[in-house]
Design a protein around this ligand. Structure first.
Ligand code: PBG
Length: 329
């Protein structure tokens, strides 16, 4: 039986004011986390060919980006270093240097724009000579427990530099609990942990690896630690563990291909969930725009709204500044 014509769903869509009134989901600049790549030097901007419109910036320029973020209403910045080649090593020990690029950028941001949150990535791939997120055994397998010990030291190093949110992206088992205990032991009770809980071994990370300089170095793939795209139940188990170990929020990554995971995590746990719209997703949008196949502003806002609709508290996106300015206007 049809309810037409009494029921016409187009009625509430007929004018702009009504569409605004009936919107079920809102997207604002406060939903955005802006990932930035840090480089050595001063006054440096290095464009990244595979990420058109995204550059690496030296620390002084990172501070300028921080002010732009603040002025656009973006609450948080995520930092990733492009470690100079000479400082990369088998064990990635530069990650523990209190004066490494990440720590200097964090201190500079917290000094100049303390009202913007700083999220730091915990994983060894920007520091290792082999591009993997952890320490390798002779066979090239990434060692879980030895890596986790390093990650704890890396997290403490970042917290000491002023990081507000520690974001482990390495996918080692047990690292959230170890990092949480170590932060408590140092009385850093208000340092958040946003766990990359469901991080998939993905073909969408290529441009990021260019940006941090690890693509050419990486031997093999990351399938022994990052998740298989076939799995959803396993994502739920990962999230459950990370929450039990003390994560404040969890991340699903990549973004759009894993919206189903976001919905399930949100409905099963009711905790803050974040999506990482990763480098390859950004590059796809930009390629479509360059080819005349899509209109940037529309698809950027539509994809970000999709994450909010799926239940995300926020989204890490390289389009953050552009989107925030569109939304703030
Ligand atoms: C590494 C890390 C990666 C990303 C964030 N942290 C890449 C990888 O796992 O190889 C990818 C982000 C992006 O593609 O934008 N620990």
């Amino acid at each position: 039986m049809s309810h037409y014509p009494a029921l016409r769903l187009r009625r509430t869509r007929a004018s702009a004011w009504s569409r605004r009134l009936h919107a079920e989901t809102v997207l604002t600049p406060a939903d955005l986390i802006w990932p930035l790549f840090v480089s050595e030097g001063e006054g440096v901007e290095e464009p990244i060919a595979s990420l058109p419109g995204v550059s690496r910036w030296s620390v002084d320029n990172i501070v300028a980006r921080g002010k732009e973020a603040r002025d656009a209403g973006i609450p948080c910045i995520a930092l990733f270093p492009n470690t100079p080649a000479g400082l990369r090593s088998e064990d990635g020990r530069e990650a523990l240097n209190p004066d490494n690029l990440m720590c200097r950028a964090t201190r500079a941001l917290k000094d100049a724009v303390p009202e913007v949150g700083v999220l730091t990535d915990v994983a060894l791939d920007p520091y290792t000579a082999h591009g993997h997120d952890g320490l390798l055994d002779e066979a090239g397998y990434v060692l879980n427990d030895k890596t986790a010990d390093m990650l704890v030291q890396q997290a403490l190093n970042q917290a000491a530099a002023g990081a507000d949110v520690i974001a482990p992206s390495d996918m080692m088992d047990g690292r959230i609990g170890l990092i949480r205990d170590a932060l408590e032991a140092e009385n850093r009770i208000n340092v958040q942990i946003m766990s990359y809980a469901a991080k998939y071994a993905s073909g969408f990370y290529g441009p990021f690896r260019d940006a941090v300089g690890s693509r050419g170095l990486l031997k093999g793939d990351k399938k022994t630690y990052q998740m298989d795209s076939a799995n959803a139940e396993e994502a739920i188990r990962e999230v459950a563990l990370d929450l039990a170990e003390g994560a404040d929020s969890v991340m699903v990554k990549p973004g759009l291909p894993y919206l189903d995971i976001i919905v399930r995590v949100k409905s099963e746990f009711g905790v803050p969930v974040f999506a990482y719209q990763v480098s390859g997703e950004y590059a796809m949008i930009e390629a479509a725009v360059a080819a005349g196949a899509a209109e940037r502003d529309a698809v950027v806002l539509e994809t970000l709204m999709a994450f909010k609709r799926a239940g995300c508290s926020g989204v890490l996106t390289y389009h953050a500044l552009h989107a925030a300015r569109l939304l703030g206007a």
